[in-house]
Ligand binder design. Structure first.
Ligand SMILES: O=C(O)CCC(=O)C(=O)O
Ligand SMILES: [Fe+2]
Length: 436
């Protein structure tokens, strides 16, 4: 039940009370920490304001209990008090339309008339409103060739490439998830060799399935363009301050992956979240706005699936995925050779987030992973699913506290086109979003 408007400094999200986990109708204007600070000092005209961590929600509802898009004064009056009349899952579509209109309407750019001087700092941030390019865009079916698992190639470039598979990433300083320069051309040469073998299979039908109550896998949910953008964004952030590093637990054991956190930092030594990264004192980069749209889209899609099941089996909807307002994104890069993550529960989040069993949303990009999940910390008893590039996995509600982990990365399984276009190293990028 969500629509989202991405601008440079804020986004809008609405839900209605058919989202049972939420149990109250609301609509919200959520803004970045920086804008939020300004907002707090401004006051608003909305019925009530709730502060959730670094986000502000402004909420109200119409008499039917549906969400109403309430704009605060700094937002153009154009859509003020326009009720979103919709039933259940139509909300996101309507709001997207509304939001597109809002974003494309020249009269919606904030005029000085409406602005008190104290608002101008914030309203400046609304200039150049941008809708993410993937909004409402039709999914393209990619026809890409893909090698069989474990296939080996005997070109000299192939040999080079395979040697990167066993590269010891702990020695890489300022870790770059992508190749550049001559390494990149070697990799491309290798990929061309792979593509010309003709042994690759097609894939990429978007599909979805409920793996267990509260756990949904959206196959090939992220478009190819989104995957490219995710690699590029993570690469840029990853080489900067607060970027990728190889973390370790309290006992000094290193994790078999490179990690970077966005929004808040997760400290594997203390198993808590922090604003400043204790390992090196770096500030934590923000979560890039387009990712919020993708999370919301995935949540809405997953819950739609539950709704269908409910209709089919006349159930009451207790399997739904409680909605999160993500303020943390943990980005892991697993090398194809050694990347793994033992079975664990995600339990560093706040008591509220855990008690309400708010969903964790996970994006996979690059090589496929063998993902294990189950009720016990026992790999033998765990179920296994392959997560491929573009897949989105959600677990919340009844499945929020499952044990899960990555037993291995399957080499040579990333979409070749993605590797060619981005230079992504052999391995897998995983982004998990949570509400801390
Ligand atoms: O890589 C994955 O799919 C899982 C990551 C994960 O569980 C975590 O970061 O807590
Ligand atoms: Fe996890």
């Amino acid at each position: 039940m969500v629509g989202i408007l991405t601008a440079r400094e804020f986004f809008i999200t609405t839900m209605n009370n058919s989202s049972r986990s939420l149990r109250r109708p609301w609509s919200a204007l959520c803004i970045s920490r920086e804008a939020c600070r300004r907002f707090r000092t401004l006051g608003t005209t909305t019925s009530h304001v709730i502060n959730v961590g670094q986000l502000c929600n402004f909420s109200s509802s119409d008499k039917d209990g549906n969400a109403e898009l309430i704009m605060v004064d700094s937002i153009p009056t154009l859509y003020k008090n326009q009720p979103l009349r919709h039933s259940a899952m139509g909300a996101d579509v309507n709001l997207k339309r509304l939001v597109s209109k809002f974003a494309s309407d020249p009269s919606s750019s904030l005029s000085a008339k409406n602005d008190s001087s104290s608002l101008s700092g914030f309203t400046n941030q609304l200039d150049g409103l941008l809708l993410p390019t993937h909004f409402g865009k039709k999914r393209k079916t990619a026809h890409m060739k893909k090698p069989n698992f474990g296939q080996s190639y005997s070109t000299s470039a192939g040999a080079n490439y395979n040697s990167y598979l066993s590269e010891d990433l702990s020695k890489v300083k300022g870790f770059d998830i992508c190749f550049s320069g001559s390494k990149r051309s070697d990799a491309v040469q290798y990929l061309n060799a792979v593509l010309s073998t003709g042994t690759c299979s097609h894939k990429f039908e978007a599909s979805k399935c409920v793996l267990r109550p509260g756990m949904v896998l959206l196959k090939n949910h992220l478009t190819y363009e989104e995957q490219v953008e995710i690699v590029r964004t993570c690469r840029t952030l990853g080489v900067g301050p607060g970027g990728f590093y190889q973390p370790e637990y309290k006992d000094g054991t290193k994790l078999d992956l490179q990690m970077m956190c966005l929004g808040l930092n997760w400290d594997p030594k203390r198993l808590t979240y922090e604003f400043i990264r204790s390992v090196d004192g770096c500030e934590v980069p923000s979560i890039p706005r387009p990712l919020f749209c993708q999370i919301c889209d995935a949540m809405a899609n997953a819950n739609r699936l539950f709704e269908k099941e409910d209709e089919l089996f006349e159930k009451e909807g207790e399997d739904r995925l409680p909605f999160l307002i993500a303020n943390v994104c943990i980005v892991n890069f697993y090398s194809a050779a050694t990347g793994r993550l033992g079975l664990h529960q995600d339990c560093s989040e706040s008591r509220r987030s855990l008690n309400e069993r708010l969903s964790v949303v996970s994006f996979s990009v690059g090589d496929s992973a063998e993902f294990l999940y189950g009720d016990e910390r026992d790999e033998c008893k765990a179920d296994k699913v392959i997560l491929e590039s573009g897949d989105v996995l959600l677990f919340g509600g009844e499945s929020r506290h499952i044990y899960h982990g990555v037993s291995s990365i399957i080499p040579n399984t990333a979409p070749k086109k993605l590797l060619e276009e981005t230079g992504l190293r052999p391995g897998r990028l995983n982004l998990t979003f949570r509400e801390a």
